[in-house]
Design a protein around this ligand. Sequence first.
Ligand SMILES: *Cc1c(COP(=O)(O)O)cnc(C)c1O
Length: 400
Amino acid sequence: MTTNYFKNYPSKEGYFEDYGGSFIPPQLQAEMEKITDAYFSISKSHNFISELRSIRKHYQGRPTPTYFCNRLSTKYGGRIYLKREDLNHTGAHKLNHCMGEALLAKYLGKKKLIAETGAGQHGVALATAAAYFGLECEIHMGEVDIIKEHPNVVRMKILGAKVVPVSFGLRTLKEAVDSAFGAYMQDFENSIYCIGSVVGPHPFPMMVRDFQRVVGIEAKEQFMEMTGELPDNVVACVGGGSNAMGIFSAFLEDSECKLFGVEPAGRSLDLGEHAATMTLGTPGIIHGFKCYLLQDEKGEPSPVYSVASGLDYPGVGPEHSMLKDLQKVSYVTANDKETIDAFYELSRLEGIIPALESAHAVAYALKLAKENPRQSILINLSGRGDKDVDYVMDTYGLPE
Ligand SMILES: *Cc1c(COP(=O)(O)O)cnc(C)c1O
């Protein structure tokens, strides 16, 4: 079934049932078709595959480990495991698709990588890939996030990227995408837009998913080797949905594994206080594709908020939108408070400081563990929390 699944989704036009597609100006559409064709021929070539494999092993440090949380499991029940994407080079899963996208850019003869960033993780990962391949790099980032995620801004600059501050709207992730898209439209012949998640027009949701599949393939093999069985539950946070697609993709055919995508419930489920797209959104179009969307009556994206900058996006990947309708994945939420509690629990019980994004997945997993003490839970720990420590201390302080 997996083979068929990946053959069927997305369709040739980039649809995951009703979602996805490509809603963009005609000249950009032609460019997207070029990228799609190139992706299908180049990414299946022996040279591309062996170069990417070698990069993953010798440069990124893959495979990342799967780790059993002894103290956390003792306290909360269940058997809790982490797929340690925080140990991937640059500290998050995003380098997996950035190295793939940049390698494709190299094969296409592009000179410049353009992207948006929210928490700064995608910007850092892409600036890293650009440095590795000797490409120019331009990263668009909302001014609010520039202040909040200062260490990542510094890292991007050290890596040689140009950081473009975005000063309109809410000055966070959605506006950064708008701004980066605009820059790309001006110069799509020499540059390539390296989107930061499984979102955007076809072929990006497919390419990013395919580059992230390594997470699920490794995690499944490691988990089976450690336990002799499949996990009962797989949990990942969902912003755009790339780390979640990465790990879920290996378990879609295993009906005995329950899959949970965790969205940010923020301060409350009132308008503008969360980014729970799957829970409260309705189908709509954003950034050139169709998905569940938090929107007003006119179809304009609603303001969103999360304590984790990497999750505050009003849309979500088209494949997740389909998986929700097919009821293959349950989409649930964790709020800011549960997330901060989980951030400290993982830090103090396991010595692992998680990214605030990943702490959403941990927060939900802790609830699951309490309710199902005999079950195993595999969490995709999408990134490390170094970038968040000052913000958490200044805003919340140490726990009592
Ligand atoms: C960007 C980011 C996310 C959210 O992006 P997805 O595409 O939903 O995975 C989650 N965790 C970390 C650590 C991130 O940097």
